[in-house]
Design a protein around this ligand. Structure first.
Ligand SMILES: NC(=O)c1ccc[n+]([C@@H]2O[C@H](COP(=O)([O-])OP(=O)(O)OC[C@H]3O[C@@H](n4cnc5c(N)ncnc54)[C@H](OP(=O)(O)O)[C@@H]3O)[C@@H](O)[C@H]2O)c1
Length: 320
């Protein structure tokens, strides 16, 4: 069979022959229908993710660790449980039998594949961020795939106000249609960005869903510092992604005066995972939650992997 195979550290996956998977005791073969390629997959292959060592020590290897496929009885499932060198970007995979969950009817496989990013927003808000109805949410990286989903989810969960950031005015305008009340362009000088965070905060950001880190989030922490002797509104910042950088300089006064609390996305994540997924699927089936996907066939994986023009759309690899 064919798969997308990475042969050397940091290399681009190529469409090549790969051993046909066999199911042993407790395993099942899944015919792959759709696999979303996310930043985390690229980072693992590039060697910049904390799990990269395991992937690179298994080379040659197939990237991506989950997807949508069909069991031998034709049930459409979301699957996972793959360990390098085996990955989801293949025609078929063998998984541990417990690592498959049925996908409800009415959701196309490519859309189902793209929904894993919605879970980060859902759990980031609810489990990690302890979001409550009526609060104000700031989505850092709102123009990205995960950010666009998080904006809609914040709205669906009952946020009173949603503010979102990006770097491109055309893309930022699209976020208003998704439910953002205000947008902030981060591609401005430091002073202007701090002012913009303050100007759009309303009564203060209760929860920040942070897909950026780096400069924008560092400036946000500075924007949260009160300008007079007063106590700022407590802000629960949930760290989910690092599209703008892997580090920030957190000044003492930003932490001391702002009431800032920083949580990792994995906080309480295991508890609500399946409930979150069910809710997300229901919203998608009802047409209340949308995600844009760009599909490409497996044989074009090398070209697909290096695409840099997918702003706001999730790349999903389908058979062919
Ligand atoms: N932990 C999880 O479960 C989880 C789940 C999903 C995503 N993530 C992480 O979250 C991040 C975003 O994921 P995504 O899928 O939404 O990615 P994406 O679609 O590529 O979007 C990236 C976002 O970051 C912005 N951005 C990129 N580089 C930037 C920079 N240097 N300065 C400021 N803004 C920048 C982009 O703005 P433009 O639109 O202007 O390019 C866009 O808003 C990634 O780090 C990803 O790995 C984590």
């Amino acid at each position: 069979m064919k798969a997308a195979v990475v042969s050397r550290a940091g290399g681009v996956p190529e469409y090549r022959d790969w051993p046909e998977p066999e199911a042993h005791d407790g395993e099942v073969v899944v015919t792959v229908e759709a696999v979303a390629v996310e930043n985390v997959d690229r980072a693992i292959v590039a060697g910049t993710h904390y799990t990269s060592a395991a992937f690179q020590s298994a080379l040659p290897a197939v990237p991506c660790f989950d997807g949508i496929g069909r069991l031998p009885d034709d049930t459409l499932v979301g699957f996972g449980g793959l360990q390098p060198p085996e990955g989801a970007l293949a025609e078929r995979v063998t998984i541990p039998a417990g690592y498959a969950a049925p996908i409800p009817e009415g959701i196309e496989p490519p859309v189902a594949a793209a929904l894993s990013s919605a879970i980060s927003g859902m759990l980031g808000l609810q489990a990690a961020g302890s979001f409550r109805q009526g609060e104000t949410v700031l989505v850092q990286g709102g123009t990205g795939v995960a950010g666009r989903l998080a904006i809609q989810i914040a709205r669906l969960l009952g946020a009173a106000r949603v503010v979102a950031t990006g770097r491109d005015d055309t893309a930022l305008n699209e976020l208003l249609d998704l439910g953002a009340d205000a947008t902030i362009n981060t591609a401005v000088d430091d002073k202007a960005l701090i002012e913009a965070y303050r100007e759009h905060a309303g009564n203060g950001y209760d929860v920040v869903v942070d897909y950026l880190w780096g400069r924008p989030t560092e400036l946000l922490t500075r924007a949260l510092i009160p300008t007079s002797f007063s106590l700022g509104t407590p802000t629960r910042l949930v760290q989910i992604g690092e599209a703008a950088g892997s580090g920030i300089r957190l000044s003492a006064d930003a932490l001391r005066t702002s009431g800032l609390e920083i949580y990792g996305a994995s906080r309480n994540a295991a508890v609500g995972m399946s409930t979150a997924y069910r809710q997300v699927v229901e919203w998608v089936r009802n047409g209340e939650l949308t995600v844009a996907v760009e599909t490409m066939p497996l044989r074009q994986i090398a070209e697909a992997w290096t695409r840099a023009d997918l702003r706001g759309r999730r790349l999903v690899i389908i058979p062919g």
